[in-house]
Structures are given as C-alpha cells and as structure tokens.
Design a protein around this ligand. Structure first.
Ligand code: B12
Length: 320
C-alpha cells in the first residue's frame, strides 16, 4: 500500500519543490469567488474560463471514484536586472526559459509513472493530471493541500518560495491521508495593500480579485486585439507578462530563491529581455519561431508580440 509520505518522496524524486495532498470536495468559498468573477466578466475574452464551470468547481466530476488530489509546485524565480537595455522589452519571470506547461506536465507524468510502479499490487488505480489549462481551480486546492495562502494579489504564496511557483495536480482514486492546511503557517497579507496600490493598471479590483481585462499579463499574452491606449501607456517596458503585483509583495520578496530547474535557465528560452526592434523586423512565422519556439512567447503569435513591441518602444520614447 502506498502512503502520503511515499507520494511526497516520489514527488521529490520527480523533481517537484512542493507536494501536498487534499480531498476532492467542493470548496464553497472558491466556487463562489469563481462564479462571481465570471458574472462580473473579469475573464474578458478567456472563453475557456467560462466553459466547464461545473467540472472546474467540483473535482469529483473529473474522475469517477476520485478520493485524493495531489497538489504539486515548481519554483521558477529569477531575479531582475536593474536596467533594461534600450529598445528592449522585459519578459516576466515565468516565461524566460522553456515553456512551463511542457516542463511541469512532463514531471507530473513522470510522477504518475513512479506512483503506478509502486501500486502494482493495489489493483485498479486511476489517475488524471492537470496543468494550468485543465478545468481546475488550482490555487484553491493548492491552498487546501497546505502549499500556501492566497494573497490579495490572488497568488498562492508559500513560506519557502513565495509565489514564484507553477502548479499542477494529480487527481486519483487512491485513498491518501490529506495534509492539514493549517499545519504550516505561511503568513498573511494583514493590512498590506502594496500589490493593489502598485499595479499600474488597477487590475486588482478588490482583495484577491483580479480583473483580467486590466491585467498586463492578460493584455500582453491573451488579448487578441489592440490594447486600449489608456492601459498601453501604463505598460512601461513590459513586452510579455507582468510581475509587478508579486514584486510589490514584501512578504513574497523575502522568500524568493532562484530556481534550480535547468529547464527554466535563460539559455533554454528567450531570457529576461527581448529586442523590440528585432520583433518588429520579423516578417515570417519562421523568424518568429526562431526566437520563440518552445517558450510561452508563441502564445500571442507574431501579431500580438509586435503589438507589444510597438507599445514598449513608444513608452520608452515618451519616457526619454
Ligand atoms: C485565467 C488565469 C490567468 C488570468 C486571470 C488571473 C486571475 N487572477 O484569475 C491572467 C491572464 C490575468 C493570469 C495572469 C497570471 N497568471 Co495565471 N492563471 C489563470 C488560470 C488558468 C485560472 C485562474 C482562475 O481560476 N481564475 C479565476 C479566479 C476567480 O480564481 P483565482 O484568482 O485563482 O482565485 C481563487 C482564490 O482566490 C479562491 N478564493 C477567493 N476567495 C477565497 C476565500 C477563501 C476562504 C478560499 C478558500 C478561497 C478563495 O477562489 C478563487 C477560485 O478558486 C490559472 C490556472 C488554473 N487552472 O487555476 C493560472 C495561474 C493562476 N496563473 C499563474 C501565473 C504564474 C500567472 C502570472 C504570474 C503570469 C505572469 N507573470 O504574467 C499572472 C499573475 C496575475 C495574477 N495576479 O493573478 C499560476 C499562479 C501560481 C501561483 N503561485 O499562484 C497559475 C496557477 C498557473 C499554474 N499552473 O501555475 N492568469
């Protein structure tokens, strides 16, 4: 019989920084927060967020006979340089190396294989795994599994790593002893409102609630159309994604420690800066992929990245 302690040991072996276990029942506060977020149209044009709503809020619909959720996390932190080279845009920390979807999915699959090997005598055991784009409220279950607390910037913040974490989950029919979510004191935001105050586009509309339509991450990565001037003017040199609400967090910053995962090294992707003029000179998909293949920067396609590059150059010109 496999135990929760065995799973945690195997998770470490598979390369995860954190592993916690919880049970699959609905979390009423998270369900309500998500439904309210959708009703307020905070998801903008993220159509997938409005699909599969029942499955997203109720993990028992994800796998028949589910008994446990194994919540996993990988640290991706990179420090920022003080200066941005002229004509360059800054890439947010999560996107500087190899595409994390591929990295965390591979490790999650590897962990399922390790667990399967261990449970060959336990009869039929089912697994399904989820990474980011799956219908799962990842932060709410990670919090329930004791991996951290949800801050006012809506990020899951862990005592050892801060919020610089990618999440994934394995949903399984195995019966495992769940973690006590309060066993580790991960801290709290208290009266601090630094993330709300420092967000350049006022995207954090109330504690823990991000209006994606105003978030620079959404605008530069997910928004298919032109970015309205009043928001573009506040993007500064951010060409892809944004870390301001995480950098603003004093609690978080004390806990940052550089990632040890070679997949997230700058050489594996675009690194911290992208030459905005080079992006504007690109004319073919091949040129675009030469820079972005295998990284999250393929997401907005050439058109989207060029739109961002134009904004960065305009903002730099106005600043200087
Ligand atoms: C849609 C999405 C976005 C959207 C919307 C962001 C948002 N805040 O919702 C956009 C494009 C803006 C975005 C941006 C980013 N994202 Co994103 N995103 C997602 C995605 C796919 C869904 C999030 C979601 O469900 N939103 C709906 C709202 C309502 O949910 P929520 O913000 O998570 O809030 C929950 C809790 O606050 C909880 N809750 C609220 N109140 C209460 C009260 C109680 C008592 C309890 C228990 C719970 C609770 O309920 C809510 C629903 O579960 C998740 C992956 C996933 N499947 O979960 C990744 C995810 C959240 N993103 C991630 C990352 C890394 C980012 C960026 C940092 C990327 C970047 N650098 O540009 C930014 C951060 C911006 C921010 N502050 O959120 C990580 C976050 C990891 C972490 N440590 O928290 C995730 C988990 C992806 C992953 N697998 O690692 N993202």
């Amino acid at each position: 019989m496999i135990t929760a302690a065995d799973i945690k040991r195997l998770a470490k072996e598979a390369g995860f920084d954190l592993c916690g276990i919880t049970t699959p029942e609905v979390i009423p506060e998270a369900k309500e927060a998500y439904e309210r977020w959708l009703a307020e149209q905070h998801h903008g044009e993220l159509a997938y967020m409005a699909r599969d709503t029942q499955r997203r809020t109720d993990p028992t619909r994800l796998l028949p006979g589910v008994r446990s959720i194994i919540c996993l996390a990988l640290n991706y932190y990179h420090p920022d340089s003080d200066k941005i080279p002229a004509g360059h845009g800054r890439v947010s920390k999560y996107a500087r190396g190899k595409d994390y979807h591929k990295v965390i999915e591979k490790k999650t699959r590897a962990l399922v294989a390790l667990i399967r090997k261990h449970v060959t005598d336990d009869g039929e055991v089912d697994f399904k795994w989820f990474v980011d784009y799956g219908p799962m409220l990842e932060r709410a279950y990670a919090e329930k599994a004791g991996l951290g607390y949800i801050g006012k910037n809506s990020m899951l913040i862990n005592k050892r790593f801060g919020s610089w974490l990618f999440l994934s989950e394995i949903v399984t029919s195995l019966e495992l002893t769940p973690d006590d979510r309060f066993a580790i004191d991960h801290g709290k935001c208290g009266k601090c409102r630094a993330c709300l105050v420092q967000c350049p586009t006022e995207a954090i509309v109330e504690d823990g609630v991000v209006d994606a339509r105003r978030c620079i991450s959404y605008l530069t990565i997910e928004r298919p159309s032109a970015i309205p001037d009043h928001l573009a003017d506040r993007m500064g040199s951010l060409i892809f994604g944004c870390d301001i609400c995480q950098i603003a967090c004093p609690h978080n910053n004390r806990r940052s420690r550089p990632t040890q995962h070679p997949e997230f090294a700058y050489e594996q992707g675009v690194g911290e800066f992208v030459d905005a003029r080079r992006v504007l000179r690109m004319q073919t998909r091949e040129e675009f992929l030469e820079l972005t293949a295998g990284t999250p920067l393929t997401r907005p396609k050439l058109d989207g990245l060029q739109r961002n590059a134009r904004i960065v150059l305009k903002n730099q010109k106005e600043r200087d």
